[in-house]
Design a protein around this ligand. Structure first.
Ligand code: PLP
Length: 312
């Protein structure tokens, strides 16, 4: 997989490099230069979740990793159910909360941990991550007690649920947590700032487990295919998928799925009152407001990092 930095076209990296670097120069995110549709989607949809996900990720990653290595990584990472549940006639909910920390972040966090375990050659790695609630827990559990890896989690003090907080602040060992007097966006900009300091970056072997990291995004593509596969055949191409959005990584994964050929009629991204993107689409002005607190705290993001990817 060839990726480029969306803020600096001259920086081109492989999948392995992109995963190990996290964020590119000038705080730019990496994205594949091109995406090739998968042939014979019907056959792909007939496979079970783990086999299909291995195929999708092998297709995306390309010849950098042998197919059986990817299959093993997927098997380790995706060891829990994905259920499509009919809520009422023709309305379904994709249950992505059957992983160890009860959020869809388990898919990306666990696959990223598999990637780093695969790519790491004994060097020290520090995973620095900001969380609006769910990422911290998933990343902490995915990397807990992994050799050579330290995890530093920044979270907005008092702005996440007690259950979320307990899931990652009670582990200890290689998991270090800091409550920040501020919003998720403040935490996210501290992470980005640390990445600007080459000395810090080198010394700590800095990496990010936010959806900045491409390994998380590609992992999330897989459960959209699973949603479509669980639909009755005649309904597949009529699906309208609505994605609750904060940092816009999840909806970006759905878009990658659509480009790969996943049948879908429409994708919607929905936000709460942190509505920078809807306002941007209406008046073409990127004008983030202060982050507002809501009950859907995982969506309390006013400067979504993945927007450049969605636009690209
Ligand atoms: C992370 C999260 C979101 C936001 O997803 P993004 O990829 O940041 O857009 C929405 N809902 C829940 C429950 C989440 O955990």
């Amino acid at each position: 997989m060839q990726l480029h930095n969306l803020k600096d076209e001259t920086q081109q990296v492989s999948f392995v490099e992109a995963v190990k670097t996290g964020l590119g120069r000038n705080q730019g995110v990496f994205f594949p230069k091109s995406l090739t549709p998968i042939q014979d989607i019907d056959k792909l949809l007939d496979l079970d979740f783990v086999s299909r996900s291995s195929k999708i990720l092998s297709h995306l990653i390309g010849d950098e990793l042998p197919a059986d290595t990817v299959a093993q990584m997927v098997q380790n990472a995706f060891n829990f159910d994905v259920k499509l549940v009919e809520v009422e006639k023709d309305i379904y909910c994709l249950e992505l909360f059957h992983g160890p920390t009860l959020a869809f972040k388990d898919f990306g966090g666990r696959f990223m941990a598999e990637c780093l375990a695969q790519f790491n050659q004994g060097e020290k790695v520090t995973i620095l991550t900001a969380t609006s609630g769910d990422t911290g827990a998933a990343v902490a559990h995915a990397f807990y007690n992994k050799p050579n890896i330290d995890v530093v989690i920044l979270y907005p003090k008092g702005k996440i649920s007690l259950a979320q907080q307990k899931l990652f602040t009670t582990l200890g060992n290689n998991i270090h947590c800091y409550a920040v007097d501020g919003s998720f966006d403040d935490c996210q900009s501290m992470v980005k700032q640390a990445f600007l300091d080459d000395e810090v970056k080198q010394k700590l072997g800095l990496n990010s487990a936010n959806s900045i990291n491409i390994s998380r995004l590609v992992a999330q593509v897989c459960y959209y295919f699973e949603a479509i596969a669980q639909l009755p055949k005649e309904q597949r191409s009529k699906a309208h998928i609505s994605v609750p959005s904060g940092n816009f990584g999840n909806v970006c994964a759905a878009m990658i799925g659509a480009v790969l050929g996943m049948p879908v009629a429409k994708l919607s991204a929905t936000t709460n009152q942190n509505d920078t993107v809807p306002r941007f689409l209406q008046n073409k002005e990127w004008a983030p407001n202060d982050t507002l607190e809501s009950l859907s705290n995982a969506m309390d993001v006013s400067k979504p990092n993945n927007w450049p990817r969605v636009q690209f």
